[in-house]
Every structure is written in structure tokens, then in C-alpha cells.
Design a protein around this ligand. Structure first.
Ligand code: ZN
Length: 393
């Protein structure tokens, strides 16, 4: 049942719907595209967006902190998989703290303001940075992921204030860059010591509450061959003949598919909210001349796993599979493929945690279905909670 206070806030939200839509459209107008690896922010829009957020939070009486990230300060948190070799100059973090009366629990609201590149512009029906509206929908890069979430969380605080409802606990708002690439923005907030009893990251989840995320290994398998003239008949490799690394890589790729098939039905790979473990080749590079036997192939892969699968276990199973295939092939047995991969954490929280139930109840009271759910891919703050004091206790 909605309380009178809740109803008051909801009425304000409805009455001021246009204001929230305009706020989102304004955010969409800033071109805050995540720079590619090795590149840094080119436009001044990252700073301009944060100027705008800073002003919003200031008007709402938040105590404010704004800084640009020095990645050398984050090295103490480094784990395999963390990408600290990023220059985030010109991509500030803004954190605002709204003090509560002290008797209640504290809450972090975290949102990333970077968006992935807009791709081929002629494939867009709308300007990716125009915030155009069609059929009651706002279009633009980040409308969903996740400037929409940022607008929603800031406006929610605004209307709670306008309804005259005093906060018992502190609210901390973190507006961060680079979630789409490195996760450094949220990492920097952890390094600064911002903590709360719970955190909500309003990523697009179809109004479900994500309680589990797969982790995994990201890396490459190098398959070796031996160069030689492709037009010339070759002696056997044991007599110095050429070996085609692409043909050998096919066997490895087939083995990876077998592994995924095996995991799909295995009891220890099942999870209530997540798909079973899988390994998938995503990039293949090999060969360098049309008339030369390819001497090397890199199979770039992604192996996602449920949180119960450990790094050691996942690595061992992949290695054993590669070895078993290599052992059936005399060349690969003598020239074994090489596996290199970085680990990233999967994580889950209990679906009965108070914050999970509170979020779902809040959505259900509006007549919208909400359930605990899992995330097949990686969301940065989830990862950091595995190892960092993002949450208290
Ligand atoms: Zn996102």
C-alpha cells in the first residue's frame, strides 16, 4: 500500500513529467562518448555535462565533490582485468552527499554518463544526440543506458525534497565516466571512501532487480603453424614442411563449442538467474599473405561463468580441453596452443536482501511487474563490490 507521503511524491513526479523529460533531453545533448582504448576525451562535453549535474545537485543542497581521476591512485585496487592504462583527463567525476537526520540507512545512487559510440549515423532514424521524441519515446544514445537512469534518480530526489519529506539517512549521488570501458569512474569513488548501506544503479533492467552477474575469462588462444610457400607442395612437418595454423585453429574452435555444449546441461553449471557457463570465439586473426601458409592464429574469446565457478576451475577446464584436442594432433602436441586470459569476478547477492525487496515492492506498487534477475554480461559496480568497500560491512 502506498503511504500518503509516497503518493505525494508520485503526484509531483506526474505533474512535472515534462520537466523530467526535458532534463533527460538536456543530458542526451552532451556528446559523452567513451573514448576508444589508447584515446582520451576529445570534446569538452564531459566537463559541460558535469557542470550541469554539479549545478543541479547544488540547487538541491548536496555537499559536492568534483575531481578528475589520477589512475595511479587506484593501483592498490588493481586486479587482473582492471584497465588502469586509461587517461581520463577531461572526464570528471561528480559526487554529491545529502545528509540525512542520522537515524536511517544510507543509500548510494550511481550512474555512468559515458555512452558507447553511435555507430553508422545513416542507420539512425533520429539524431543520436538530439533527444528527439516519437510515439512517447525519447530517442538518443544513452536514453536507456543510462542517462535515463541518471535523470530518474536525480528527479526522484528532487520530488522527495519538494514533497517536504526529511531524509533519515544520507543519500550519495555518484555520476561517473568510463563504465563502458574500464569501470574506473566507480572505482575512483570507492577509492575516495564513499560508502553506504546499499547502492542502486538504475541501469536498464526492464524494472527487474539484478541480483547476479556472470564473471569469466577474457583472453586469447594462440595456435601455431609454420610458414611456407602456399603454392609449393610441402614435405611432412616432421621433415620441415609448412603447417597451416588456420586449419589447426578450426579444431580448437570446435573444441570450445563442445565445451559450451557440455556446460549447458551440466548440473554444476546451472544457476537460478543466469545462463550456464559458455566460451565463445569473438575475434579471429591469422595469416598475413595470400600465398603463405599462416604461421599463427589468435582466437580471441570470452568465457562467461556463473559466480560459483572459480577462476582456477574455469581456466583448468579450458586448458584441459585444448590439451586433449592438441594431443590428438601430432603437430599441436609438439607445438601446443597458448592460453592467455584475464579474470573478472562474477557476483551475486541474496534475493532476500532488504534492498532487493524494497526496490521490487516499490515497482510493484506502481502496478509494474518486477522480479529478481541475472545479468549475462558485466556491469562495473557489481564487479567492484566483489573486492572493494563499496558497501558498508
Ligand atoms: Zn550502463
Amino acid at each position: 500500500m502506498l503511504t500518503d507521503r509516497e503518493r505525494k511524491v508520485l503526484t509531483l513526479i506526474d505533474e512535472n513529467k515534462e520537466e523530467t523529460i526535458e532534463y533527460l533531453r538536456k543530458l542526451l545533448g552532451f556528446k559523452t562518448v567513451t573514448p576508444a582504448d589508447g584515446k582520451k576525451a576529445e570534446s569538452g562535453d564531459y566537463r559541460k555535462l558535469q557542470d550541469f549535474i554539479y549545478k543541479t545537485l547544488g540547487e538541491m543542497d548536496f555537499e559536492l565533490d568534483r575531481w578528475e581521476i589520477d589512475t595511479s591512485q587506484l593501483e592498490k585496487f588493481t586486479e587482473p582485468g582492471d584497465k588502469l592504462n586509461r587517461d581520463l583527463g577531461g572526464m570528471p567525476v561528480v559526487v554529491g552527499m545529502l545528509k540525512g537526520g542520522g537515524a536511517g540507512k544510507s543509500l548510494i545512487l550511481n550512474g555512468h554518463y559515458d555512452v558507447v559510440p553511435s555507430g553508422i549515423l545513416t542507420n539512425w532514424k533520429h539524431d543520436p544526440f538530439g533527444g528527439e521524441i516519437e510515439n512517447n519515446k525519447v530517442f538518443g544514445r544513452g536514453a536507456c543506458d543510462m542517462k535515463g537512469g541518471i535523470a530518474a534518480m536525480l528527479q526522484a530526489v528532487r520530488y522527495i525534497q519538494q514533497a517536504g519529506i526529511p531524509l533519515k539517512g544520507d543519500v550519495i549521488v555518484e555520476i561517473v565516466p568510463d563504465e563502458e570501458s574500464s569501470g574506473i569512474g566507480t572505482l575512483a569513488c570507492c577509492e575516495k571512501g564513499f560508502k553506504a548501506d546499499a547502492a542502486i544503479i538504475p541501469e536498464p533492467t526492464n524494472m527487474n532487480v539484478l541480483v547476479a552477474m556472470r564473471g569469466g575469462l577474457s583472453g586469447k588462444i594462440t595456435v601455431f603453424g609454420r610458414a611456407g610457400h602456399a603454392d609449393m607442395s610441402q614435405p611432412h612437418w616432421s621433415e620441415g614442411g609448412a603447417v597451416n595454423a588456420i586449419s589447426k585453429a578450426v579444431k580448437i574452435i570446435q573444441a570450445l563449442e563442445e565445451l559450451t555444449d557440455e556446460w549447458r546441461n551440466r548440473a554444476d553449471k546451472q544457476h537460478k538467474f543466469l545462463d550456464p557457463d559458455m566460451i565463445m570465439p569473438t575475434v579471429i586473426r591469422g595469416g598475413d599473405w595470400p600465398v603463405t601458409y599462416p604461421e599463427k592464429v589468435d582466437i580471441v574469446f570470452l568465457a562467461d561463468c556463473i559466480p560459483m565457478t572459480s577462476e582456477a576451475n574455469l581456466r583448468k577446464e579450458i586448458e584441459e580441453k585444448i590439451t586433449s584436442v592438441a594431443n590428438t594432433d601430432p603437430w599441436m602436441k609438439e607445438h601446443p596452443p597458448k592460453l592467455e586470459a584475464q579474470w573478472y569476478h562474477g557476483i551475486e547477492i541474496d534475493e532476500n536482501e532488504a534492498i532487493v525487496k524494497t526496490c521490487m515492492e516499490a515497482v510493484r506498487e506502481l502496478g509494474i511487474e518486477s522480479k529478481p534477475a541475472g545479468m549475462g554480461s558485466i556491469v562495473d559496480p557489481f564487479v567492484k563490490t566483489a573486492t572493494l568497500p563499496f558497501l558498508r560491512g
